[in-house]
Design a protein. Structure first.
Length: 180
């Protein structure tokens, strides 16, 4: 028996039911490690896949991210937090709005707003410490989503084929073709 599933534009699905390729899980979040971009483009890339730039909420998460960056030979990555609106008041940009930075691990002497232009933050893979930096620099983007609910864009292969129902499963793509 074969089963054909039609792919929709976007839908919400429990991550426990779907294995998202190229995402790494830690505690209640999943992360996707992307190429370099300036802060705004990094945030845009994350939003395009239903995520936001990384917001670190604990020492354990900070250590995990630093370790993962080192494994991938990624020197520095953007944090989804800025002090663009009010100097020295760091806020994080989340899918449901903006909130105060929940955790920090600034490098000694940071943030320093050198030359009054440093309004974005990055994490250094070697130490896990953070610095403030101008937002136009290129850093790796780490996109983060909550593991409990994920909005999966149509471009993501996210179809669950129930094994008990069918021995074969095909996806009817937007191009009208069947894909195994």
């Amino acid at each position: 028996m074969s089963l054909i599933l039609r792919r929709t534009e976007a839908f919400e699905v429990s991550v426990s039911a779907v294995c998202l390729q190229n995402w790494t899980q830690f505690q209640s979040s999943r992360y996707r490690f992307m190429n370099t971009a300036n802060w705004a483009n990094g945030q845009k890339r994350c939003q395009e896949i239903g995520a936001m730039l990384l917001v670190i909420e604990s020492g354990a998460e900070n250590s995990f991210i630093a370790h993962e960056l080192r494994l991938r030979n990624m020197g520095r990555a953007w944090l989804g937090c800025t002090d663009v609106k009010i100097e020295g008041e760091w806020v994080c940009h989340l899918a449901d709005g903006i909130r105060a930075m929940p955790y920090d691990d600034w490098k000694s002497g940071q943030p320093n707003n050198y030359l009054h232009r440093q309004h974005c933050a990055d994490v250094i893979s070697d130490t896990g410490k953070w610095t403030d930096i101008e937002c136009y620099h290129e850093r790796y983007a780490v996109c983060e989503i909550n593991s409990t609910q994920v909005k999966v864009p149509a471009a993501e292969p996210a179809v669950v084929c129930p094994r008990a129902v069918a021995t074969s499963c095909y996806i009817l793509g937007a191009d009208g073709r069947l894909h195994p």
